[in-house]
Design a protein around this ligand. Structure first.
Ligand SMILES: N[C@@H](CCC(=O)N[C@@H](CS)C(=O)NCC(=O)O)C(=O)O
Length: 242
């Protein structure tokens, strides 16, 4: 299996973490987003949407992280611990409930804070207006509150006593704004205790390996300055930031 990834990307990290955690061997194909490699002719043949992650299993090519995660889980279900994607109808539905919710909530809001703090100054040539940043952080806080109140409640993990793929998808999104220096765990004991359980369940070493590049995100703006596709990216981001 080949996985086309850039570990700066949250959905790439969830795919990477699951493959590693459940022991699926794969070839890591780096697609460096800050260098604009998603726009290469070669990558265009693999994913016309020019996004990562992409999975290639033999001649079968699959995009969209949630679809890739479920493919890996279902392909290996016979040898896999049940807690990753429980067979029980209602428990599985709870995992799917989180996976459906997160796209437009925790992912959207965490990504926005990340992009405003890292990419905005490079593209727009100025710091983010305070009101814009305050609104983005407020939205993120609402999503974090929902994660605590609706999804975690008083359980150790999103679906119960053990880690599932929902926890993986959640933690990678939370780390994105954290990497820019925003301490989202401050004053959130439930979230902090959950993060520590997720880290422990995955293993500190694997968790650190997956998050090594994003935790050095301070160098991203500099890397982007060398991106020959910056002009091409500008209209896309200007629209996003307007
Ligand atoms: N819904 C997709 C989102 C994929 C996505 O947005 N990937 C971003 C990185 S996080 C990307 O490749 N962006 C490159 C670009 O838009 O140029 C998934 O879950 O896989």
């Amino acid at each position: 299996m080949e996985l086309y990834l850039d570990l700066h990307s949250q959905p790439c990290r969830s795919v990477f973490l699951l493959a590693k955690a459940i022991g699926i061997p794969f070839e890591f194909k780096l697609v460096e987003l800050s260098a604009g490699q998603q726009y290469s002719e070669e990558f265009g043949k693999i994913n016309v949407m020019r996004k990562v992650p992409v999975m290639k299993d033999g001649s079968f090519v699959l995009t969209e992280s949630v679809a890739i995660l479920k493919y890996m889980l279902q392909k290996h279900s016979s040898s896999l611990a049940d807690h990753w994607y429980p067979a029980d109808l209602q428990q599985r539905a709870r995992v799917n409930e989180y996976l459906s919710w997160q796209h437009m909530n925790l992912r959207a809001h965490g990504s926005k804070v990340f992009l405003l703090k890292t990419v905005f100054p490079v593209i727009m040539g100025s710091e983010v207006p305070k009101e814009k940043m305050d609104t983005a952080v407020q939205d993120l806080n609402q999503s974090l509150q929902m994660l605590e109140d609706k999804f975690l409640q008083n359980k150790p993990f999103i679906v119960g006593d053990k880690i599932s793929v929902a926890d993986l998808v959640a933690i990678v999104e939370i780390i994105q704004p954290v990497a820019t220096g925003l301490d989202v765990f401050e004053g959130r004991q439930k979230l902090t205790a959950w993060r520590d359980r997720v880290k422990k369940a995955l293993g500190e070493k694997l968790f650190a390996e997956a998050h090594e590049v994003i935790m050095k995100v301070g160098s991203l703006p500099q890397q982007m300055q060398n991106n020959s596709n910056l002009e091409m990216l500008k209209p896309k981001f200007q629209k996003l930031f307007s």
